[in-house]
Design a protein around this ligand. Structure first.
Ligand code: ADP
Ligand code: MG
Length: 489
């Protein structure tokens, strides 16, 4: 029977992501060479990184700890008996001729990550596994017309590969997944999460199938995706390409594709060998790993607060709107700063407004992050408290105090208030005096007010603020003004 397909709506997309997370350890995975980025080529290399005969690897305990942390954060099953394998292949940037990785017994199994879509919809993306492995070196083909160069600084740098189940359905979902994963590794402080610099690398496996079909279609794997936006674009482009082919009655070949960020298109890199030809076998130079209960408990005790938990705290304990809580927890450095502020003030909403508003706008303008922000959180809390206590008003706080603090982050808010002569005067007689003067100055406006033109209050308020040089509490002034003007009836 032939099925006539005439609509792209008959299809659904199936995507699985493999993300390499580069761990921010000081030394490499299996030797003491520095794992740092940006050094002179081939500076961080010893016999182990070079794969010289007889050199033996030694496992960096940090990578096991970091993998466990990520596994716990993602609710994976931690595989307490696991081991490393050799993945054999030949390439110039892999001098040993094999990569140390984990094949059959990865350190973490299962688990999931909750994502949020623009529509507000939430979805749990199930994980297949997380395994530990080492990176290869880097081949440089564009420095010389005849020769390729090899930089082995990266050879042996530790990676975690996080593999999802094929259950992501769109480019948007993939982007949301990467945003959440990046957030998590930053909260855990195991990776800087910078995709543009290669600390997080993503391969996307994409296939389509008829809606309702249980079987997976042939997939294409897109490589070289160096930003979240590009992952989304590549997936969207690839889904469209595959649907077009199917509608023309053609088959999807299982291919490895390259993504060109300039054209936004994918193109074949190589056709994928379906057979597993890496000849994996257990790494004989490293002992199997046994994670004891004590070790697991130790790592559990070291776990920092995670974004999801913090979101709950902000919305439930501090009563912040979900929107605010999402914005604040999106960036770890912002969340950390906010938490410092609320150590010193209990006006959580105003603290949130300051962090997301005045401070964030300033940092954006300067292209700074919260880590670069020099004003101590305690001083921001002090400003909030002074507003709360009606010692200063919002305008003074933003336009004068905050500006002065930015210029001189070491100043104390209390001192600045007196230096800038900012404190609101809490003098009822003086305020009454201003009001009487203003009302006397505009008798016809007073008359208009009594004939129902209540809007003139704005004019009176402006005049009172002018007379007092903005140093009266607007709320009190407004209240007293209405009292006085009513009493003139
Ligand atoms: P490989 O050994 O080629 O890396 P895996 O079985 O480990 O393949 O799967 C790699 C990724 O591809 C996983 O994220 C998985 O969910 C995804 N994947 C597997 N098959 C498909 C498919 N048909 N369509 C989309 N994604 C798939
Ligand atoms: Mg793979």
């Amino acid at each position: 029977m032939t099925v006539i397909l005439d609509s792209s709506h008959d299809f659904e997309a199936v995507v699985g992501l493999e993300v390499h997370v580069q761990l921010s350890t000081q030394s490499k995975a299996f030797c003491s060479d520095s794992a740092s980025f940006g050094n002179q080529p081939n500076q961080n290399i010893s016999a182990v990184s070079l794969g010289l005969p007889g050199a033996l690897p030694l496992c960096n305990e940090k990578i096991i700890r970091y993998a466990t942390k990520l596994g716990l954060a993602l609710n994976c099953k931690i595989n307490q008996h696991n081991f490393f394998d050799r993945k054999n292949y030949f390439y110039a940037d892999l001098p040993k001729g094999y990569q140390i990785t984990q094949d059959n017994e990865p350190i973490c199994l299962g688990g999931s990550l909750k994502i949020r879509l623009e529509s507000g919809e939430e979805k749990d993306i199930r994980l297949n596994r997380i395994h530990m492995e080492e990176d290869a070196g880097k081949s440089i083909h564009d420095l010389d017309p005849l020769y390729s160069y090899i930089d082995l600084n990266r050879a042996g740098v530790p990676l975690l590969e996080v593999v999802t189940e094929p259950m992501i359905s769109s480019g948007e979902e993939a982007a949301a997944y990467l945003i959440e994963l990046r957030k998590l590794v930053r909260y855990l402080d195991i990776c800087d999460g910078n995709m543009e610099e290669g600390s997080m690398r993503c391969d996307a496996n994409i296939s389509i199938r008829l809606k309702g079909d249980k079987n997976l279609g042939n997939r294409c794997e897109v490589k070289n995706l160096n930003s979240i936006k590009n992952v989304q674009k590549a997936i969207e482009h690839e889904i469209e390409r595959q649907i077009k082919l199917r509608l023309k009655g053609e088959k999807i070949e299982q291919n490895t594709l390259n993504f060109d960020a300039v054209t936004g298109k994918t193109s074949p890199l190589r056709s994928k060998e379906t057979a597993n030809d890496y000849r994996y076998f257990p790494e004989p130079d490293l002992l199997p790993l046994v994670l004891t209960d004590d070790f697991l408990n130790e790592v559990k005790a070291e776990m920092p607060i995670l974004p999801e938990e913090l979101l709950q705290r902000l919305t439930q304990e501090m009563n912040l709107p979900v929107y605010d809580a999402l914005v604040i927890t999106a960036e770890k450095s912002m969340a950390d700063y906010f938490l410092e502020v609320v150590k010193h003030t209990s006006n959580y909403k105003m603290a949130a407004n300051w962090v997301m508003g005045n401070i964030k706008s300033y940092l954006n303008e300067q292209q700074f992050t919260f880590e670069d922000f020099k004003v101590p959180a305690q001083e921001i809390a002090q400003i909030i408290n002074l507003i709360d206590e009606k010692v200063i008003n919002h305008h003074q706080a933003k336009d004068q105090l905050f500006v002065a603090l930015l210029k001189n982050p070491n100043e104390k808010v209390k001192d600045l208030v007196s230096k800038l002569n900012l404190a609101l005067r809490d003098d009822q007689d003086e305020l009454a005096n201003f009001i009487v003067k203003v009302l006397a100055k505009f008798p016809d406006k007073v008359n208009e007010y009594h004939h129902g033109k209540k809007g003139v209050i704005g004019l009176f308020m402006g005049e009172v603020m002018k007379l007092s040089h903005g140093k009266v509490d607007p709320k009190k002034a407004n209240q007293l003004l209405i009292e006085k003007i009513e009493s003139l009836k």
